[in-house]
Design a protein around this ligand. Structure first.
Ligand SMILES: [Zn+2]
Length: 275
């Protein structure tokens, strides 16, 4: 699995695979759903499942946005046991080194999104400014269950003077903004690109959904969601906005590089992947 790049107006958006080809158990992920409901979803959406009803395809992508004002990395994957990491391999594939990253955005506090921002206690992208929305930062700092993640991956950035805690709708570079999508995490911020430009806009999600089946089944919430009801409400709002505004959607844990669009059909909404 290698990187995949799509144009969005003046920008290039690249999906960098961190964990290609994983499977998760859907009954564990969607604990509010019965096995019958999972079997029914598997019958309707076989592409998103493995050989049995114990397997749901699950992946992890980071995203790189190249544009006129610099290179923005949106999330950084997990700490890597191999060097170079899948993140650096992906950057190299498009001709970039760590020094070429100008901005890093952390969409939320989880280790699979912030873990690659530092290597051995040092900033992995020493020339970058790192951004996090202020609500997520404050909740991250107070989250005892993530104290180690904060110490390993945020403190070194603060020590180096590279971290900027910004408004939940901050502009990162012109036409690129944070967009609050609470639920999975209380202060999670997705990232929008060209929001005012019809047919050339995009949104990179902060785990607003994980599997693409949640576009059709937005009330299926993940065991990982901090507030399942808020996550469902945000998911519905983003699904409606993405369809209405014809946004390209980039999703960290969704297969096919995570790229697709939300379409309407006679049953509601569905995911149309860019394969
Ligand atoms: Zn995640």
């Amino acid at each position: 699995m290698s990187t995949h790049t799509l144009p969005i107006g003046d920008f290039l958006l690249t999906s960098i695979p961190i964990w290609p080809g994983r499977m998760m158990n859907p009954s564990q992920l969607f604990q509010n759903q019965t096995l019958d409901e999972i079997d029914d979803a598997r019958a309707k959406f076989p592409y998103y499942f493995g050989e049995t009803n114990q397997e749901l395809k699950f992946t992890l992508n980071a995203f790189l946005l190249r544009g006129p004002h610099g290179n923005v990395l949106i999330d950084t994957g997990v700490p890597s046991e191999t060097q170079p990491s899948p993140l650096l391999v992906g950057l190299e594939e498009v001709g970039l080194s760590p020094d070429d990253i100008h901005f890093v955005v952390f969409t939320h506090r989880d280790g699979d999104h912030v873990g690659g921002g530092t290597v051995d206690g040092r900033p992995a992208f020493p020339r970058a400014r790192y951004f996090i929305g202020h609500t997520e930062y404050e909740h991250f700092r107070a989250d005892q269950s993530r104290a180690e993640t904060f110490a390993n991956h945020i403190t070194p950035l603060e020590t180096a003077g590279l971290l900027e805690v910004v408004a939940n709708d901050a502009e990162i570079v012109p036409e690129v903004h944070l967009y609050l999508t609470p639920g999975h995490r209380s202060g999670a911020t997705s990232v929008t690109v060209n929001r005012r430009t019809t047919h050339h806009g995009a949104i990179i999600l902060a785990d607003t959904w994980h599997s693409a089946i949640q576009v059709t089944l937005p009330d299926w919430h993940m065991m990982f969601d901090e507030d399942g009801h808020a996550a469902s409400a945000t998911r519905r709002q983003v699904i409606e906005m993405a369809e209405r505004d014809d946004l390209l959607v980039a999703v960290p844990h969704t297969i096919d590089h995570g790229f697709g669009k939300v379409r309407r059909d006679e049953h509601g909404y569905k995911w149309d992947p860019f394969t």
